[in-house]
Design a protein around this ligand. Structure first.
Ligand SMILES: C[S@@+](CC[C@H](N)C(=O)[O-])C[C@H]1O[C@@H](n2cnc3c(N)ncnc32)[C@H](O)[C@@H]1O
Length: 250
């Protein structure tokens, strides 16, 4: 297989994919931001959301106080782009001792998560609705996160849109700075080109170790929860690619 190099994918005159875009939030597909929200969803967004919105913290210890008084063994888990919140709520219920942060810009999805939080009586989730770039820069202190999940990020399949993909070297620089040493990063996609892209960006990144082997892809993680986008992809006959990496010791 020819090694995949995102930097080689840009056409003449286009920016390469690895040009820094950290301060420029990834563009959200048209019509996605708001979604349809009925009166009950609106009520959850105005009543419940403010009570569990992630607040800025100066360090990991202060960040963890937002969950009450978790034990010092609590793990801090971030899901980026949680969609309808099914996976995040399921994991939070499965691991009540851990602290979960969900980031999602699609308010219809946020309302879906809020419903699941209410129905499950979950107290270990905090939510941010800004773009992940802003959340990482402004609300998550350095060396805080134990686990990060980015499952089925928008694939931006057209070549002229590749630079909008979330997984880019400058974004991984920022993400790595917010992860603790040995923290885990889990990626998944059903777009083969994006899978190769992710593998190439990760392989080159100095802050991450990834499993050595003949393929950059791994089996479905043990603690996995099926997502809506995964189900749709599988129904359409597409293969899911999973990637795993570990934040190196600085
Ligand atoms: C293809 S969906 C996948 C949702 C979910 N992970 C799943 O598998 O069902 C990608 C999600 O990422 C969200 N998203 C895209 N860009 C984002 C950003 N910059 N910050 C936070 N969320 C973002 C979108 O709103 C969308 O809900």
């Amino acid at each position: 297989m020819i090694p995949f190099d995102p930097a080689l994918q840009a056409g003449p005159g286009e920016e390469t994919a690895v040009t820094p875009h950290v301060n420029q939030p990834a563009l959200i597909p048209r019509g996605r931001k708001q979604g349809k929200t009925g009166p009950q969803a609106k009520e959850r967004l105005t009543q419940l959301l403010p009570t569990i919105t992630l607040s800025k913290a100066i360090d990991r210890a202060e960040l963890l106080t937002q969950w009450g008084t978790p034990s010092h063994t609590a793990r801090l888990v971030l899901e980026i782009g949680f969609g309808n919140g099914h996976a995040l709520a399921t994991l939070a219920a499965r691991h009540p001792q851990d602290c979960f942060i969900g980031v999602e810009v699609f308010l219809g999805g946020v309302a879906g998560l809020l419903l699941r939080i209410q129905q499950g009586g979950l107290t270990n989730i905090r939510v941010a609705t800004q773009s992940i770039h802003t959340v990482l820069l402004e609300q998550i202190p350095p060396a805080s996160l134990d686990q990060v999940m980015i499952h089925f990020p928008d694939p931006w399949p057209k070549r002229c849109h590749h630079k909008r993909r979330l997984i880019q070297a400058p974004f991984l620089d920022l993400l790595a700075s917010r992860m603790r040493p040995s923290a885990s990063l889990s990626l998944a996609t059903d777009w083969p080109h994006y899978a190769e892209w992710m593998a190439a960006v990760l392989a080159k990144h100095v802050d991450f170790d990834h499993p050595a082997g003949s393929t950059p892809f791994v089996s479905q993680p043990v603690d996995w929860v099926e997502t809506r986008f995964q189900r749709k992809a599988q129904e359409a006959g597409r293969t899911i690619h999973y990637l795993a990496a570990v934040r190196k010791l600085p």
